[in-house]
Design a protein around this ligand. Structure first.
Ligand SMILES: O=c1ccn([C@@H]2O[C@H](COP(=O)(O)O)[C@@H](O)[C@H]2O)c(=O)[nH]1
Length: 232
């Protein structure tokens, strides 16, 4: 049985040469690929185009956060690359979110437009330190609602907040959850984590998993084991 959740492998490698050996072992019908700031800065748009040419669903995780005009132009550039999903920071505000949405209006098949709520590396004390007074859960909920009102397709959040956002925004609102850690895996800098099995049971559409796969001795086998655990 194919799980409802799709695993996106976070290709957090220093350069394309380091990323290809894993990519060459992956089947685009079984997983997506996430290209973030490190690899995009090093390998550039041509690397992303090549992944798209190879039929991978690509999540361009550049988390745009800037003035509305600049973000609108950046998501347009992402759409031109043919990526499946692109993201912005919800804390850029309503006008920025609406500008990003409007920029994709003319595309027949626009990428999914997703907003980051609160980074999964942050906990309540981190949020308080940057001056947010409400609780972390309330802040995630507030930013998810704002993103939905602005017409976005979904949000990045922790799997710990999935049920709350599904109640608030409905089950069609796409949830993208990093901070996924198989039982016993190192948490690293992540603070709000959940296992892949628990996350998949909640009907989360996209599970983003990086180091538990990319730093495994056999990354393709680590991915296969995670995939198998989702249908078990
Ligand atoms: O809130 C967020 C938003 C994005 N990320 C990204 O996801 C991966 C997670 O990698 P792991 O190695 O599995 O921790 C990484 O590329 C982050 O930039 C996130 O973790 N949290």
């Amino acid at each position: 049985m194919k799980p409802q959740s799709t695993v996106f492998v976070a290709l957090d490698y220093a350069n394309a040469e380091q990323a290809w050996p894993l990519i060459d072992q992956l089947d685009p019908s079984q997983c997506g690929l996430k290209v973030g700031k490190e690899l995009f800065t090093s390998a550039g748009p041509e690397f992303v185009r090549e992944l798209v040419r190879r039929d991978f669903k690509v999540f361009l995780d550049l988390k745009f956060h800037d003035i509305p005009n600049t973000v609108a132009k950046a998501v347009t550039a992402a759409a031109e690359l043919g990526v499946w999903m692109v993201n912005v920071h919800a804390s850029g505000g309503r006008r920025m979110l609406e500008a990003a949405r409007a920029a994709l209006n003319d595309y027949q098949q626009p990428p999914l437009l997703i907003a980051v709520t609160v980074l999964t590396s942050m906990d309540a004390s981190d949020l308080a330190e940057v001056g947010i007074q409400r609780s972390l859960t309330e802040h995630v909920q507030h930013l998810a609602k704002l993103s939905q009102q602005a017409g976005l397709d979904g949000v990045v959040c922790s799997a710990q907040e999935a049920a709350m956002i599904q109640d608030t925004c409905g089950k069609d609102f796409v949830l993208v959850t990093p901070g996924i850690r198989p039982q016993g895996a190192e948490q690293g800098d992540q603070r709000r984590v959940m296992t892949p099995e628990q996350a998949a049971k909640q009907g989360i559409q996209v599970l983003v998993i990086g180091r538990p796969i990319t730093q495994a001795e056999d990354p393709a086998a680590a991915l296969a084991a995670i995939q198998a655990s989702l249908t078990a």
